[in-house]
Write a protein that binds this ligand. Structure first.
Ligand SMILES: Cc1cc2nc3c(=O)[nH]c(=O)nc-3n(C[C@H](O)[C@H](O)[C@H](O)COP(=O)(O)O)c2cc1C
Length: 182
């Protein structure tokens, strides 16, 4: 079992901590896990050429997304983690999502498990819930099986680490992922 976590925060903050909790839980259950920080790799913007869409042809851009696509295709489960930026995913995450267009049609991630973590500084129902809807739509577009989400409230980096409820929710999400892919 291989589980990959993809972090869309530009800092070592709350999103990464939540992803790490989910990955630790998967690892404790026997999965190979990997955290990918989008801030540490070079992914150019989608140019909209649409060469990939509906054709099975690879992206025309040659950058770190090639390796990440291979990792996603090789994984059993993919966890998306992003901070809430203006009731949306971060720019790093949106850029990554657009570059997964080659995996959309044909649906190369079909029936893989997907999960989501998101954190915002304001109450969850003031926009972080909106970001979750974006993830749900992405799962439908990509034929991913949505195993679940953890949404949290934290502003400064590191503050989520004191939140035992979120830790437990992330651990439970990891267990649910394992149940799905075992
Ligand atoms: C550009 C920017 C926009 C943000 N917009 C929102 C927002 O609309 N709603 C919210 O709840 N938090 C917002 N935040 C706060 C972050 O979501 C919050 O600090 C979060 O903990 C960041 O996660 P990280 O530590 O993983 O980077 C914003 C932060 C930044 C930098």
């Amino acid at each position: 079992m291989k589980v990959i976590g993809i972090c869309g925060s530009p800092r070592k903050g709350n999103t990464e901590q939540m992803l790490q909790w989910v990955l630790d839980s998967c690892n404790a259950g026997g999965a190979d896990v990997e955290l990918v920080r989008l801030s540490e790799i070079k992914i150019n913007h989608c140019t909209g050429c649409d060469v990939c869409y509906g054709t099975g042809k690879p992206c025309t851009i040659h950058d770190d997304m090639e390796e990440l696509i291979n990792k996603m295709v090789g994984a059993d489960a993919i966890i998306i983690g992003t901070p809430n930026y203006f009731a949306n995913v971060s720019g790093l995450m949106k850029n990554f999502i657009d570059r997964t267009n080659p995996l959309c049609d044909p649906p190369l991630l079909k029936d893989k498990a997907a999960a989501f973590v998101c954190v915002g500084g304001q109450p969850i129902n003031a926009g972080t819930d909106v970001v979750e809807q974006i993830f749900k739509k992405y799962c439908k577009d990509m034929d991913l099986v949505n195993v679940g989400s953890v949404l949290a409230k934290a502003e400064d980096p590191g503050t989520i680490s004191k939140n035992d409820d979120t830790n437990l929710s992330c651990t439970n999400l990891g267990n649910n992922i394992l149940t799905r892919i075992q």
